[in-house]
Ligand binder design. Structure first.
Ligand code: SF4
Length: 217
């Protein structure tokens, strides 16, 4: 049952809930799910498929570097798609290290870099969804505790407000954090040790470098 006291937004109005509280997909339910990686996507896929969404996965992540890491996460996304039996669209042509680094030049520290990173992927997702005739767009970035959640939400709402655009399925999956970890382990998915870009890979080892610098000075 919907709460009568809550203000009904356009997003809320097209959702419905079953007696046990689980939400149900609307009739026009072709969802393009931007998948940032297998571990983030798996619990989102499981939940949204159970709600009745017809899902096409979209892997568009030129921020994942180096290329060997991109390929590992690509494989994990493929494994995930096979497991849940969904079709995939791969945006591999968008991966170009030099282009990505040039694009973030001048905004290469958070939050600007990360805001650009998530917003640009939301833009590509809406563009692809429009071409494929999908009714809705969602991103597994909304599962992560480490992504700029509000920037993702704002981008989705802004893009959905454009003429002829698909709708944005906003859902906060962060409370499913542990369930997602458990499911990804159960599925044997590759779980990456850093966010994606070379900057985040360097951050991972920053303390070690600092120690070396201190020891050698
Ligand atoms: S840290 Fe993560 S979100 Fe931020 S720019 Fe790098 S890959 Fe993108």
């Amino acid at each position: 049952m919907k709460s009568s006291s809550a203000p009904e937004t356009a997003l809320q109005s097209e959702k419905d809930e079953t007696a046990n509280g689980r939400e149900q997909a609307p009739q026009n339910n072709h969802l393009l799910m931007h998948m940032c990686c297998g571990p983030c996507a798996c619990i989102c896929l499981k939940t949204l498929l159970e709600e009745g969404w017809k899902i096409t996965g979209f892997f568009s992540n030129p921020n994942i570097q180096p290329l060997a890491e991109y390929l590992r996460r690509h494989e994990a996304a493929e494994q995930c798609a096979d497991y849940f039996g969904i079709p995939m669209v791969w945006d591999d042509a968008s991966w170009d290290l030099a282009t990505w680094l040039r694009t973030v030049q001048g905004r290469d520290t958070p939050p600007e870099r990360c805001n650009y990173c998530v917003t640009s992927r939301m833009e590509r997702s809406f563009e692809k969804a429009r071409k494929l005739g999908c009714t809705h767009v969602f991103s597994s970035l909304l599962y992560s505790r480490y992504q700029p959640h509000e920037a993702i939400r704002e981008a989705g709402e802004r893009l959905a407000a454009m003429e002829g655009a698909p709708k944005f399925l906003y859902r906060d999956f962060r409370p499913y954090w542990q369930a997602g970890i458990d499911l990804s382990k159960e599925m044997g998915l590759y779980r990456q040790p850093y966010c994606g870009c070379v900057y985040s890979e360097a951050d991972r080892y920053a303390k070690k470098l600092k120690k070396l610098v201190q020891a050698s000075s």
